[in-house]
Design a protein around this ligand. Structure first.
Ligand code: HEM
Length: 472
């Protein structure tokens, strides 16, 4: 790449976006800048500078936990305004991070799939009942909206024994609307021009975050207030938070932290997952060959059974479905950026000087389009995730779940390979059930439009459905 932008002394292009601002799609703006200036650049906005990287060797270097750690940058500082010291936004050295991490990890061990699985099936039945009705009338379904209903109900029931009942509502649950507005506030606050008056937006944000806290207090009260045995279900996240002690020092989570964790899990556990499911369905609707492969795989397991209940073991055999989901997360990693900071003065990749504490933001969608992915990185091609292809590629080329000890929770537990996430299993089962049951029609010839609310989603993506018959 030859960029005509000004450069830092070490040769990194500096691009000032103050004139236009980052707009409503800041991730896609940096993607466009990287296409023009190369995969390492400094974005300057109102005098604030952010170093963005997508280069494989630099991301591999940043994964070195001895020299770098998670950075809570401006975006997460804003999320801290409503999630405080929850796991996702806690500082590395905040005692509540390690305490909550150690207490909650068992909930993400694979054994806990046994608690999670029946809930996942119950929510799958709700989604299918809703999609059956739409198939019957020929009405389109709004894919991201329904995926959000599905993932909110799943994390609510599986994590906290609380039923949001999202499929019984025409509009999203008010919790979702308030949460999305809080995320949008966090994102838009980054783009503010100094000196402008944002008191109305800030007041609306405070109302929304107070509402989130109130819903969460209801969730907690509905567990603690119902008398004998109510806390007995220590298997799920809330049960662990209310009852479990730290394995080493015996400490417990305090009430304020429990509230922050519940908000954190409701955000982290459902926005990213519903986006990932939506992108996977988008690519399947656009790619008949990939759809055929995942349908054949589901058919091989379940034949023409109308209502299969995927077992845990069956989900592990959904090889093509997993490749499709990974490939969707390659092109559109729904948590698109994560940040690291240097623990001491160092040279990033041997060429970019960083001071201790200085931050670097990894832009996963561009990492996932680097030359290591071949000549045509925009092409949706699930065979990039065959075991042989994965074997041949650096583990740092694919980072949809972040890196190191602050990566997405549950990544540490291996199923068939080290990157298998509990949430992945649920997503796989759902996708397979949906393609087994329906033909997907891209009735509106949907043109991809990626909406950003800190996370990514295909905006306005609708499908019509017809039941599959034996002849399909
Ligand atoms: C952290 C992505 C699903 C809970 C993260 C991070 C990423 C990520 C990139 C690291 C952020 C950073 O470094 O700043 C995703 C994606 C998902 C997903 C793409 C789905 C496709 C989930 C689910 C849950 C969850 C289902 C919970 C039920 C968390 C938590 C953290 C986290 C608690 C913070 C971990 C810590 O720092 O201790 N996730 N996630 N995520 N994720 Fe996920």
């Amino acid at each position: 790449h030859t960029s005509d932008a000004p450069h830092t002394p070490s040769g990194v292009p500096v691009v000032d976006v103050t004139a236009t601002g980052p707009g409503r799609t800041p991730i896609q703006q940096v993607m466009a800048l990287m296409r023009e200036h190369g995969p390492v650049l400094v974005r300057r906005l109102h005098g604030r500078e952010t170093l963005f990287v997508g280069d494989l060797d630099l991301v591999a270097d940043l994964a070195d936990e001895k020299r770098f750690a998670k950075h809570v940058g401006p975006a997460l500082e804003n999320v801290r305004e409503f999630a405080a010291d929850g796991l996702f936004t806690a500082y590395n050295d905040e005692p509540n991070w390690a305490r909550a991490h150690d207490i909650l990890m068992p909930a993400f061990a694979l054994g806990s799939m046994r608690t999670y699985h029946p809930v996942m099936l119950e929510v799958a039945r709700r989604l299918i009942a809703s999609w059956d009705r739409s198939a019957g009338t020929g009405q389109p379904v709004n894919v991201p909206d329904d995926m959000t209903r599905m993932t909110l109900d799943t994390i609510g029931l599986a994590g906290f024994g609380y039923d949001f009942g999202s499929f019984g509502r025409d509009e999203p649950h008010p919790f979702v609307e308030a949460m999305v507005r809080c995320l949008e506030w966090s994102m838009n606050r980054l783009a503010r021009t100094p000196g402008e008056d944002h008191s109305a937006a800030d007041a609306a944000f405070r109302d929304d975050s107070a509402y989130l806290a109130q819903v969460v207090d209801d969730v907690i009260a509905s567990r603690t207030g119902t008398g004998a045995g109510a806390e007995g279900d220590a298997e799920d996240l809330l049960g662990l938070m209310l009852t479990a002690r730290h394995p080493v020092d015996g400490s417990r989570l305090d009430t304020a932290n429990i509230r922050n964790q519940v908000i954190t899990f409701l955000i982290a556990g459902h926005e990213t997952t519903s986006g990932a499911m939506s992108f996977a369905l988008y690519h399947l609707a656009k790619d008949p060959t990939a759809l055929r492969l995942v349908q054949r795989e589901a058919d091989a397991l379940w034949g023409d059974r109308a209502d299969p209940e995927p077992t845990y073991e069956e989900v592990g055999r959904l090889t093509h479905t997993r490749q499709v989901l990974n490939e969707a997360l390659r092109l559109w990693p729904t948590a698109a950026a994560f940040s690291r900071h240097a623990l001491a003065d160092t040279l990033l990749g041997g060429r970019i000087p960083l001071r201790a504490g200085q931050a670097v933001t990894v832009l996963a969608p561009m990492l996932h389009r680097q030359p290591v992915w071949g000549d045509n990185p925009e092409l949706f091609d699930p065979s990039r995730f065959t075991p042989e292809a994965e074997e041949a590629r650096s583990v740092h080329a694919f980072k949809p779940f972040g890196t190191g000890e602050r990566a997405c929770i549950g990544r540490q537990f291996a199923l068939h390979e080290a990157t298998m996430l509990l949430a992945m299993l649920a997503m796989l089962a759902m996708l397979a059930m949906l393609v087994h049951r329906y033909r997907l029609h891209d009735h509106a010839d949907y043109a991809l439009q990626v909406k950003e609310t800190l996370t990514l989603k295909p905006e306005g993506f609708t499908l019509t459905l017809t039941p599959r018959t034996a002849a399909d």
